[in-house]
Write a new protein. Structure first.
Length: 254
């Protein structure tokens, strides 16, 4: 009998055997989406929450195991105080409203970034949401909050020095273990909305071999169909990891 994932893949023209394990998204364009409607930027962020919901649902329907969302960058602290406050409140309100349902669906909430820099009520809600969902295994929803890749790398270097590592003991594996994504496989696909073609200090180490999907769709308009389109685009790429493909289009053995 065909599974629900197989049926959905057939309907969407997707190969169920090549669904990426980890998808990362730079959710961009909330401000422009709001401006087009003569509304405040916060209005755009509020509608951005719906798009978050759609992407989590689409990812779960396809069996994506990890979904990382760039929700607030280190650089976002420089935005007007009112916008930062509104984003933090939105995060808390969303967590309070959605966490039970997400948890019941098997979502495990995790965070990466300088979470200690967030307001106390945000930290408390996040901690509670992480605790109540920690045993879930359907999908890990990883929120990058007060996150930047350069910050993360500096933290890793500090930890290595403090732990007394010698130069020749520092390997790729060791660095990987000291990043906030420790234990999480690297994303195979990174999506950025709103027509920008930048990586903006997001997972610089972890995206080394990821495929990038750029779309002009503004984040609040990014629905399930947009997510499926991104996966189709991913499946049309030849991933060689710097090697060559054999006649079956697999990476040839060295
Ligand atoms: C970028 O759009 C978006 C953000 C900085 C915030 C993203 C936040 C959300 C989608 C809502 C809350 C998220 C969760 C997980 C509940 P922008 O403001 O830079 O847009 P612009 O480039 O058009 O100005």
């Amino acid at each position: 009998m065909r599974t629900e994932i197989q049926q959905l893949c057939e309907a969407q023209g997707l190969d169920p055997g090549r669904i990426p394990d980890h998808v990362a998204i730079i959710m961009d364009g909330n401000g422009r989406w709001a401006r087009e409607r003569g509304e405040s930027r916060v209005f755009g962020h509020m509608h951005g929450v719906d798009a978050v919901r759609f992407s989590v649902e689409a990812a779960m329907e396809l069996g994506v195991r990890y979904l990382t969302l760039y929700a607030f960058s280190t650089e976002n602290w420089s935005r007007p105080k009112e916008e930062v406050e509104a984003l933090m409140n939105l995060l808390v309100d969303t967590l309070v409203q959605e966490i039970k349902e997400l948890g019941a669906k098997g979502v495990r909430l995790r965070t990466i970034g300088d979470v200690a820099a967030l307001p106390k009520n945000c930290q408390d809600q996040l901690q509670e949401a992480e605790k109540t969902t920690e045993n879930n295994e359907t999908i890990d929803l990883i929120l990058a909050l007060s996150y930047s890749s350069k910050w993360e790398m500096v933290q890793a270097i500090k930890m290595l020095i403090e732990s007394g590592y010698k130069g020749d003991e520092v390997t790729e594996e060791v660095v990987t273990k000291h990043l906030s994504t420790e234990g999480i496989p690297d994303p195979e696909l990174m999506i950025r909305t709103s027509g920008e073609h930048r990586i903006s200090n997001f997972l610089l180490w972890q995206l080394a071999y990821a495929e990038f999907h750029f779309t002009s769709t503004l984040w609040p308009d990014f629905g399930k169909e947009s997510f499926f389109t991104a996966i189709r685009d991913f499946q049309n790429r030849e991933r060689r990891f710097g090697g060559l493909l054999d006649t079956n289009h697999n990476v040839a053995a060295q």
